[in-house]
Design a protein around this ligand. Sequence first.
Ligand code: HAM
Length: 534
Amino acid sequence: MIKSPRGTRDLLPPDTALWNFVEATVRDVFRVYNFHEIRTPIFESTELFARGVGEETDIVSKEMFTWDDGNSPEMALQASWAAQYQNKYDRIEPWVVGPDKRVPFFLGHREGGWTIIKLKYYPDARDLRQLEELATAEFDGPGDRKISKPTLAIAVPEEAIPSLRELAKDIEIQPVKIPDWFEPPRSLTLRPENTAGVVRAYIEHKLWDRGINKLFYIGPQFRRERPQKGRYRQFYQIGAEVIGPATAGSQSPARDAEILELLATLLDRVGITGWTLELNSVGCPADRARFNEALRQALAPVVDKMCADCQRRAVTNPLRVFDCKVPEDQPIIDTLPTINQFLDDDCRLHYEAVKQILNAVEIPYVENPRLVRGLDYYTKTAFEFTHGSLGAQNAILGGGRYDGLSEALGGPPAPGIGFAIGEDRLVLSLTATAESVLRKPDVYVAPLGPGMDREAARVARELRRHDLVVELGDESFRKLKKSFEAADKIGARYLLIVGENEVAANAFALKHLASGEQVTVPRAELPQRITQQK
Ligand code: HAM
């Protein structure tokens, strides 16, 4: 049996009803806050995440699904070489030697002996040395043929020739013209998060012309994590980003507070109670540099007792030590300085202003000076909402400000703030069940007798036009009992009988399944009658 890949899952009815309820509700909330939807690609250039999210983060260094897209350069070279050089030899034999079996050699024979030909798209000095070593020995060629003192050739794309000329002395260089269809490979990655993609789109489409952009998205994200409850390799995020030029007000603490208030409303509307908003300020890059320096000093005497990841982080990006999940390291991490001691006046005032607005709109929060978030782009406000029912993976959502991200991606200054909700976790922490949001069929239409399928189809079509949920049976159910069972199984409210007599009279037997009450209703009155009674 073929199963879904590790860390992925199928969402099936009736659970999907709960997902749709959540998504419809959040769309309503986004509308009243004047956010508009953005849809960006599910995969992007790997470089976007490396530069945006940060090379040292767990997400980029360990968890991305990355692949090379485009034509294999060696294949392109091989095919082109064969087309251009085959008539220079009376025979050509493919040959692989040594550990580097991926790079093909060919043996070409013509009058005067054999030539060893190496094909290499990106040649360097090592390739030439490897060829020269082969030439000195006598060796067993294909079919146990002894080959001695062959001549040497290297086949490379035309563009690579200038760099080789100096290096290759007794080696013939065979220029290969690479055809136009060849697309050089490019590294792509399934998006592990959507902020970098949104900011890329902001830059690509010059969205600053629109002033402040209030954008939301709903969609899958991919991280190669160890799966457990609430943690998947394909998971879904509902997120939003507010981004624009500073002149449009994108830097204001009012934006931070509005995002947090929106989130409180959103969780409330979806039906989640008992969340905790954890709040912090991670400062600006200058604060972070001072903080990182203090961390480096604090870590120096203890880092050799920490895990290998922390030892690396302590050198490259000490802030990331706070992402460590190794239990033995936690007592050490607890002794480290916190960022709030390093905030400059601007960052401190910004943080104070955010808190004052939150107090005014009565959104409760808990300050957590150790909250640094696992992505490098954050500045100033950083936050998470946690929920007790979720166990180890208790962060239902996270977000913060990223005032330097656009510039890090080559765009103009564009302060921004946003969040992403883990939709899987949101659904897990809902007390509502799929049953409570599922709309059951209003009526089961049961054709009775031969030729009644087409009459039943007409009636069903009329009822559906009135927005009634209709399940349509078929005339192969000879006995009405079978239709009743089917209607019962799907939880329909009514059963409507479409038989020859009913069609002739243009009035139909309508049975309310819970009470058993049956009435005959003229065709034109059916929609109204079905809508009336629960
Ligand atoms: P994040 O904290 O990496 O932030 O992810 C946000 C939320 O996505 C988490 O709080 C969690 O609920 C959910 N999540 C993350 N990984 C998984 C997983 N493997 N399985 C299930 N749920 C998961 C970001 O992604 C930022 N882009 C948020 C943001 C937007 N910051 C500013 N704007």
